[in-house]
Design a protein around this ligand. Sequence first.
Ligand code: CTP
Ligand code: CA
Length: 226
Amino acid sequence: VKRVFAPKDMVGRKVLISAGPTREYLDPVRFISNPSSGKMGFAVAEEALSRGAEVVIVSGPVSISAPVGATVVPVESAMQMRDAMEAHFEWSDVVVMTAAVADYRAAEQKNEKQAKVSEHFTIELVPNPDILSGLGSKKGNRVLVGFAMETHAGVERAAGKARRKNADFICLNYPTREGTAFGGDDNQVTFVFPDGTFQDLPRMSKREVAEHLLDEALKRMQWAIQ
Ligand code: CTP
Ligand code: CA
């Protein structure tokens, strides 16, 4: 049964969402990135707003427009995303990391465009900070939700991430299913908990995934507050 009216069960709740890809510049005109569309994060934002929450979206570069009523903090790099998420973390009750954060950035970002000089070109990369882990280490009563895209051993890997990053659960999805994940309007996810238990959801719109995600987050929040 499709829901007709959103329950106003998030009035006064503050939801911080990261969305989209990050860009790791090599020089002023080139960067390393990924195909994340931002749709999943924006769907969580829309759902939270319709349920009465206040919403801040820290968004990497995306081509879709943000839902009316959300505050958008635009960023490019993982380092900028980390700083913006840290800056709004204190304010938040629920944090949802849908962003596809680049794991690495160039060791050195050149100030000038690099000319083509030789047959072989090597870029030295260094790891980016893990934003979710950083927030997880000072979680308090907040509910923290991560995303993970896996090609194999999904539940096991996602549960490990939930534990390591101190997330309440990880929303696991797969890059291979038609119409889902990168760029699609639908998603098929499994909620994976730190203890390795999981809940499979059928394929549905990203907005409906958002509805289930916030239901699950809210359950944990009420439990945390009492
Ligand atoms: N994440 C993050 N900061 C990073 C990398 C990932 O906050 N530098 C967050 C993502 O936004 C996501 C969760 O961590 O919510 C899991 O991302 P994923 O890339 O699956 O985790 P990694 O620890 O980077 O593992 P992997 O080696 O499989 O990429
Ligand atoms: Ca990663």
